[in-house]
Design a binder for this molecule. Structure first.
Ligand code: ADP
Length: 398
C-alpha cells in the first residue's frame, strides 16, 4: 500500500504523520509521532492508529555534533523506521512557515521553487530554515519522490492591503515587512468544515476562527476567505499565548533595552519564551495546569488570556463587517470550557449565548450556542496534517 508522509519540522522537534492512500476525508493517520529535544536529548516516539506507543527511544549522536547534523539524523532515523514498517511513500507533504507574498496555495517543490523558499528565510529565521532542511535531505536521498509545501501564510494572502500593512516607512514595507499571518493550514481546514457545522449561509458570512493552542491566533473570514488575522510579520502579534506576549507596546521593549540592558537575544526570549500564560502566572504555560491551580496568579493569567481574546474579536468584527459565527479550535479552543464560556461572555451584549451543556462536549465538531443566540458558536477540532495530506493528493493527482 502506498502512503503519504506529513512532516512538521522545527529547530528542536519533528512531528510526523503517515496516511494511507487513497486518502479518505478525515482519515486517521496510520502512524504518527514526534522527535523532540533535537540538539539536547533526542527522543523519538511513534504511535499507531489507535494511539498505542510503538516506539519510544533516544537517538544518540556523538558529543559536539552540530544541530543541523542532528536534525538530519532525526529525519533519517524516522525514514528508516517508516521503511521498516513496510510503508511505501508516494509523496511527502511539509508544513512550511513562509510562502512570502508569492504563494497563496500549496506548491510542488521543484529545485526552482526550493530556491524561492530559501529567499523567505529572513522573514522567518526561527522556522523557515528548519522547515526546508527535510525537503533538501529528502530530495537528495529520493530524487524522484514528490514533495509538497503547505504554507502557514498562504490562507491569509486574500487579506486586503490595509490588513497587511504596518504604518512604517514605505521602503521597509517594500522589503517585505508586512502582516502575513500564520496557522494557515488550520484555518484552511476549519473553513472547509464550516458549511457542514454552521450551515452554508452562516459559513458565507462574517466568521471569526479562534485557533488557540500553545500559539494562538484568530482569523476573520468573509465568504470563506480571510479578510484579517491577528498575527502579523511574526507569530508574536495579536493574542496572548502560552509563552508569547502577543501584541505589546514596543515602548516596553525599549524600556527593557535601556533599563535591563536587553539585546536582541534577550528581547527575543522575552517576546517568545518568557511571557504569555507562563509569564503572567509564573506557574506554567499549560492551560490545563492553570485551570487546575488555585493560585491567584493562575486565575489572573486565565482572565487576561480571555480578555485579550475578546478584545481581538472586537477588532476583527470591524474588519469582517459584523459577526455571524465564532469558531474555537486548537488544544485550548477545542477543550477549554472555561475559555469558551468566558470569551462568549464578553459577546453577551451582542446577543451571543452559549448552551452550558453543549459547551461540555469536546472532541467533535458541533455548535455550542443556545437556540436564542444571535451568533453561531462552534467547536471544530482542527486537523492540519490531514489538510496537508489532502493538498498533496490534490496537487499530485494521487
Ligand atoms: P500546539 O500549538 O503546540 O499544537 P495544542 O493545539 O496541542 O498546541 O494546544 C496546547 C494547549 O491546549 C495547552 O495549553 C494545553 O493545556 C491546552 N489543552 C489541551 N487539553 C486541554 C483541556 N482538556 N483543557 C484545557 N486546555 C487544554
Amino acid at each position: 500500500m502506498k502512503s503519504l508522509l506529513i512532516i512538521n519540522a522545527g529547530s528542536s522537534s519533528l512531528k510526523f504523520a503517515v496516511f494511507n492512500l487513497p486518502l479518505v476525508k478525515d482519515a486517521p493517520s496510520v502512524f504518527r509521532g514526534q522527535i523532540d529535544g533535537i540538539g539536547a536529548n533526542t527522543q523519538f516516539v511513534a504511535k499507531d492508529i489507535d494511539g498505542k506507543t510503538l516506539l519510544d527511544t533516544i537517538i544518540k549522536s556523538p558529543e559536539g555534533t552540530p544541530l543541523e547534523a542532528q536534525q538530519e539524523l532525526a529525519l533519517t532515523t524516522l525514514l528508516d523506521w517508516i521503511e521498516a514498517q513496510k510503508v511505501e511513500l508516494a509523496a511527502v507533504g511539509h508544513r512550511v512557515l513562509h510562502g512570502g507574498e508569492q504563494y497563496s496555495a500549496p506548491v510542488v517543490v521543484t529545485p526552482e521553487v526550493f530556491k524561492v523558499l530559501e529567499t523567505f528565510i529572513p522573514l522567518g529565521p526561527l522556522h523557515q530554515p528548519h522547515n526546508l532542511r527535510p525537503i533538501r535531505v529528502l530530495a537528495a536521498k529520493y530524487p524522484s519522490l514528490p514533495q509538497v509545501a503547505c504554507f502557514d501564510t498562504a490562507f491569509h494572502r486574500t487579506q486586503p492591503l490595509e490588513a497587511q500593512t504596518y504604518a512604517i516607512p514605505r521602503k521597509i514595507t517594500a522589503e517585505g515587512v508586512k502582516r502575513y499571518g500564520f496557522h494557515g493550514s488550520s484555518y484552511d481546514y476549519i473553513a472547509r468544515q464550516l458549511p457542514e457545522v454552521i450551515g452554508a449561509e452562516k459559513a458565507k458570512g462574517a466568521v471569526i476562527i479562534a485557533h488557540m493552542g500553545n500559539g494562538a491566533s484568530m482569523a476573520a473570514l468573509r465568504d470563506g476567505k480571510c479578510v484579517a488575522t491577528s498575527m502579523g510579520f511574526t507569530a508574536i502579534e495579536g493574542l496572548m499565548m502560552g509563552t508569547r506576549t502577543g501584541s505589546i507596546d514596543p515602548g516596553v521593549l525599549l524600556y527593557m533595552m535601556e533599563t535591563h540592558g536587553y539585546g536582541p537575544k534577550e528581547i527575543s526570549n522575552f517576546l517568545y519564551k518568557e511571557s504569555g500564560l507562563l509569564g503572567v502566572s509564573g506557574i506554567s504555560q499549560d492551560m490545563r495546569t492553570l485551570e487546575a491551580s488555585d493560585a491567584p496568579e493562575a486565575k489572573e493569567a486565565l482572565e487576561l488570556f480571555c480578555y485579550r481574546a475578546a478584545r481581538e474579536i472586537g477588532s476583527l468584527m470591524m474588519a469582517a463587517g459584523g459577526l455571524d459565527a465564532l469558531v474555537f479550535t486548537g488544544g485550548i479552543g477545542e477543550n477549554s470550557q472555561f475559555v469558551r464560556n468566558k470569551v462568549i461572555g464578553y459577546l453577551e451584549w451582542f446577543g451571543a449565548k452559549i448552551d452550558p451543556e453543549l459547551n461540555k462536549v469536546c472532541g467533535k465538531a458541533h455548535t455550542i450556542h443556545s437556540a436564542d443566540s444571535k451568533l453561531a458558536v462552534a467547536v471544530i477540532p482542527t486537523n492540519e496534517e490531514w489538510m496537508i495530506a489532502h493538498h498533496a493528493v490534490t496537487l499530485l493527482g494521487l
